[in-house]
Design a protein around this ligand. Structure first.
Ligand code: CO8
Length: 381
């Protein structure tokens, strides 16, 4: 467990949310999968009959909404995903001298966060990009965005699956505390759709694409009327095989298909549900208690957005009968699971209405397992 007793005065002064232009409803997604499955089963009828090939299962929009709470997701490009003969997005390769797609997504969110925080690129001296996947290993996506914005300082990428945003925010806080940076731009461009098997009914509905960004700085440099002071950060990881992505650059040397069986996102969703909910609730309860208050004194929980039933259970464990959508807002109904970005989307959309003195917690939980959280208080600047 890594725990950090913070000096006061480090704030989140602005966040940005960039939503991709295209949306896919459950009904559209299911229609594509079912057309694909019907065609596959017809073309492989003999092999399925003799037991050599497994028939593809059909999906259902009712199941998806009931099991996950997801009704819609945003994606960079829906056409290829909904083509029963393709079942993956079509994202044309870009030349080396063009901004890559993930950097473009991140840049869009970064500009919105800078605007909200009243900051110019020259006010920032570090850029951290955290995401579940990076479009390439190097040069870092963070350095590409740093260059596009004209920021002087340092930038790096980091991956902790669903906790990439909270862990990156914790890195930003640590950098400011140690003096290695004064103002940090944390960017989370979650380009999830290329890693989904859209022909697999267990996982085709889970994810969406999005980008978010957050400005972290000292209160003294903050140019907004109010900001969220970071009271504490807490991170924990426990190894689990229940959520895996085995796609790897080593596939070529292992003589295996990098996108073959088991190489895309897969999970044992039931086990994740059972194991992660109590871990997350205990983590959050102990964090706020260490900071001197009780879960019921937290005005808003910006929880990780993977599954509505998980969030309802965790909210209930933390607040009992006082749990409500107002105190633990849901955004996954529209955005689906957006990896590490979900709790930052919730924060972005649901923090302005709270009065000064309100307390809130941003929290992620997911693959690794990893849990990351930041306890906040709204202050006048
Ligand atoms: N339509 C119809 N039926 C279906 C479908 C479907 N689409 N999918 C499954 N079924 C069937 C199953 O086959 C099963 O049938 P049977 O009983 O005959 O075997 C039945 O419905 C029940 O299936 P499940 O047990 O799987 O259903 P659950 O009720 O458990 O719901 C969920 C499945 C929604 C996946 C649920 O378990 C869940 O959400 N769990 C939590 C998972 C979670 O939070 N995971 C986090 C993953 S993300 C993460 O950590 C970050 C990784 C970063 C990746 C970023 C980009 C890729």
């Amino acid at each position: 467990m890594s725990e950090f007793q913070l000096p006061r005065g480090i704030v989140i002064s602005g966040t940005g949310l960039w939503t991709p232009p295209e949306a896919i409803s459950n009904e559209e997604l299911v229609e594509a999968l079912n057309a694909h499955a019907e065609k596959f089963n017809r073309e492989h009828a003999d092999a399925i009959e003799s037991g050599q090939v497994k028939a593809k299962s059909f999906s259902s929009a009712e199941f998806i909404e009931k099991a996950s709470g997801i009704k819609n997701r945003y994606v960079i490009s829906k056409e290829g995903i909904l083509d029963p003969n393709r079942m993956r997005p079509y994202l044309p390769e870009r030349a080396d001298d063009e901004l890559c797609l993930q950097a473009e997504m991140g840049l869009n969110a970064a500009k919105l966060a800078l605007e909200k925080a009243n900051k110019k690129p020259e006010d920032i001296d570090a850029v951290i990009v955290g995401a579940s996947y990076m479009q390439r290993a190097y040069p870092a996506i963070a350095i590409e965005i740093q260059s596009a914005l004209g920021i002087d300082g340092f930038a790096f990428d980091m991956e902790v699956a669903c906790s990439s945003a909270t862990f990156a925010l914790q890195r930003a806080v640590d950098a400011i505390c140690s003096g290695s940076a004064k103002s940090v731009l944390v960017i989370n461009p979650e380009l999830a759709s290329p890693q989904i098997d859209f022909s697999d009914r267990d996982s085709h509905f889970i994810f969406g694409d999005v980008a978010v960004a957050t400005v972290v700085e000292r209160k003294e440099s903050c140019n907004t009327d109010s900001a969220w002071e970071i009271l504490g950060t807490k991170a924990k990881t426990v190894f689990s095989n229940n959520i895996r992505s085995n796609f790897s650059y080593t596939a070529r040397a292992a003589d295996v298909d990098p996108f073959g069986e088991g190489k895309l996102f897969r999970q044992n969703g039931r086990k994740v549900f059972k194991e992660v909910c109590p871990m997350a609730a205990a983590h959050l309860e102990s964090q706020v208690q260490e900071l001197g208050f009780e879960p019921n004194e937290v005005n808003r929980w910006w929880l990780h957005q993977a599954n509505i039933n998980m969030n309802l259970l965790i909210a209930k464990k933390l607040m009992g009968n006082d749990a409500s959508p107002e105190r633990a807002p849901i955004v996954l109904d529209q955005y689906a699971n957006t990896g590490c970005a979900g709790s930052i989307i919730a924060f972005n959309l649901h923090n302005d209405d709270l009065p000064l003195g309100s307390k809130g917690v941003i929290c992620s939980f997911g693959a690794g397992y990893s849990i990351g959280s930041l306890a906040l208080e709204k202050i006048a600047v």
